[in-house]
Design a binder for this molecule. Structure first.
Ligand SMILES: [Zn+2]
Length: 317
């Protein structure tokens, strides 16, 4: 049912475990499967499963995967001698993330992926507004600085096919920097997807990064997803955030205390939506980690900011 949905890719880590991060840590034996978030694009509405839920949608993270991820996060923090972050420190800590944007084009034309620099710089501005609290949410520790734009013309990589051998080969060929360098790949995406991203993990591979539909960048034609918040959302996953509807109305949901529970993804920009009536608060439809239109989403919470800083300290610092 999901317009933007999370997809666990069992076996993914094993498939890329032999790779090595360029300039980063050598990759060892594959551990737990790497969850990946996948965001179908606007015209994927036809694929929606009405009434679907995390329970019936095979693409949602399972409770067991969330439990494993949470254990891994705590273990990684401990291994690095880091205490869990507090909200105040999350806002105060200044982390500037270098961003490398790989622009994948079929033939070098604007129509086939070769978006202009102006769209990329606008995207970086959108990220900095979102992560600084400039759009109305909590300030996070993160800022983004464009390090380089890498223009690639390669018809074999266009579209970028999710979880394909060619996607893995593309990233192995192009990814630069260590665990703290954000590699973004833009292009046309398979399956009408808006984007996907990897969650952080100790055993990082060259698969790490965010893949974003080029037309979802500011100025693109993927309305109502063309204000740049697909990247905002995907980078939230890259910094370990789950969807706000993860886990539905049950348990710890998205593992963030100040995002109200939400039974399932919200679309468009609904008013007064309350899908978990036994839990406090309306659905967090304005949160970047829901599935609403770009114009509807404008905030991270303080709890999400803290969770992202923990993930940074555990995996990417
Ligand atoms: Zn997502």
């Amino acid at each position: 049912m999901n317009l933007r949905r999370s997809l666990s890719t069992l076996g993914l880590t094993a498939l890329v475990a032999a790779s090595t991060l360029t300039g980063g840590a050598a990759v060892g034996v594959a551990a737990a499967p790497a969850p990946v978030c996948v965001e179908p694009a606007a015209d994927a509405h036809a694929k929606a499963k009405p009434g679907g839920s995390a329970k019936t949608d095979p693409n949602e993270l399972t409770a067991d995967q969330v439990t494993a991820n949470e254990k891994a996060l705590q273990a990684a923090l401990k291994a690095r001698g880091k205490a869990p972050a507090q909200a105040a420190t999350a806002a105060a800590a200044a982390v500037t993330i270098p961003v490398v944007v790989h622009v994948i084009s079929e033939d070098g034309t604007r129509a086939n992926g070769n978006i202009p620099d102006s769209m990329i710089t606008s995207q970086i501005n959108v990220l900095n507004q979102a992560y600084s609290g400039g759009t109305g949410g909590a300030a996070t520790a993160f800022a983004f600085q464009l390090q380089s734009i890498n223009r690639v013309t390669n018809a074999a990589w266009y579209p970028i096919v999710y979880n394909s051998n060619t996607e893995k080969a593309m990233k192995a060929a192009l990814r630069v920097g260590g665990a703290g360098t954000l590699n973004i790949y833009t292009g046309l995406l398979s399956q009408d997807l808006l984007g996907w991203a990897t969650f952080p993990q100790s055993n990082l591979t060259t698969y790490d990064g965010a893949v974003i539909l080029a037309e979802s960048l500011p100025g693109g034609n993927a309305s109502p997803y063309n204000l740049g918040d697909t990247a905002t959302h995907e980078i939230g996953h890259w910094l370990n955030l789950y969807h706000t509807f993860q886990g539905g109305c049950n348990g710890q949901g998205d593992q963030v205390a100040d995002t109200p529970a939400e039974k399932s993804a919200a679309f468009g920009c609904p008013t007064n939506l309350d899908t978990c009536k036994s839990k406090p608060g309306l659905d967090p439809i304005h949160n970047f980690m829901d599935y609403t239109d770009d114009a509807c989403m404008y905030e991270f919470t303080a709890g999400q900011a803290t969770r992202m800083l923990d993930a940074w300290n555990a995996y990417r610092a």
